[in-house]
Ligand binder design. Structure first.
Ligand code: 6GU
Length: 281
């Protein structure tokens, strides 16, 4: 796949582009990551990418013109590379599906990074990872001309806080997508990660078994892999209930999970029963 990042601060991506996750994906031929400076698509000797908002108000707004030009250039290049144009079988709301029913062909997904976007989750990372071309548009300043959002497939936020621009979020999204590409990840490590099974990950420990009086849980030294798995299941449920109870609200729990909880985290079992009753109301 190809990831294109459109930004007015391309220099912010220098270290990201030489990071392990990007280098590995490129070396393995799984992905190509490019950063384009929106200023090169702006007019005049000043190449102005921002302006004050219509209707008045504070600050500057990212203009739509350079973004539109960049997107058009990308479309032309994709088509020349053998693409059949836009095809978005899996855009978040299905609203921008052009050529619905097109059975195949390259898929380009365009996402704007903005705090006013839809919360970004692991499911979206998987969806983006299936695209052939992921175009990430970094918002900046006080805002971004809404016509950019109208033209994009989706708007994405990485959390309920405000950052200076969409650059860090674009790196967050690109990282989460690249590490999912087949072969980038160490085999077998994906399924047990936080969020992949709807739970946070169980606690991990490494040498030494005791440091400054801080000991690791004894079960990990038992050599009993079946029981270690049960303990991990119980621990994943315990930390999830403690830190992210929202993740458990609509979750069905298996017999194995209840049994692991009874054995290794009875207090969590009790609390979880109480919560499930409350959630039903
Ligand atoms: Cl995507 N952009 C900015 N500027 N701030 C954010 C964000 C994005 N997600 C959370 N905060």
């Amino acid at each position: 796949m190809k990831i294109t990042i459109l930004t007015i601060c391309p220099e912010l991506f220098q270290s990201f582009l030489s990071s392990h996750v990007v280098r590995r994906a490129e070396k393995m031929g799984l992905a190509e990551v490019e950063v384009r400076d929106l200023r090169t698509y702006a007019d005049g000797s000043f190449r102005k990418v921002d302006d004050s908002p219509f209707g008045g108000g504070r600050g500057l707004v990212l203009r739509c013109t350079p973004v539109f030009r960049a997107l058009e250039q990308i479309r032309i290049e994709d088509e020349a590379a053998g693409g059949k144009g836009r095809f978005f079988p899996e855009s978040a709301d299905g609203r921008k599906q052009e050529r619905p029913g097109t059975p195949s062909g390259p898929r380009r997904v365009t996402a704007v990074l903005t705090p006013a976007g839809t919360p970004y989750r692991q499911a979206a990372a998987h969806r983006f990872a299936r695209a052939d071309h992921l175009v990430l548009i970094c918002g900046h300043y006080e805002g971004i001309d809404e016509r950019v959002l109208d033209r994009a497939d989706e708007a994405v936020s990485i959390g309920d806080y405000v950052l200076t621009g969409g650059e860090l979020p674009a790196m967050v999204v690109a990282d989460s997508v690249l590490r999912l590409l087949r072969g980038t990840l160490r085999e077998g490590s994906a399924e047990e990660e936080s969020f992949e099974n709807g739970l946070l990950e169980y606690p991990q420990y490494t040498q030494p078994a005791e440091e400054e009086g801080a000991k690791i849980p004894g079960i990990l030294l038992s050599g009993n892999h079946g029981e270690i798995q049960r303990w991990r299941t119980a621990e994943a449920l315990r930390v999830t209930l403690e830190r992210r109870p929202d993740l458990l609200r609509d979750r069905k729990f298996t017999e194995a999970e209840w049994s692991a909880l009874d054995a290794y985290a009875p207090k969590t079992a009790e609390l979880l029963k109480k919560r499930t009753e409350e959630w039903k109301k």
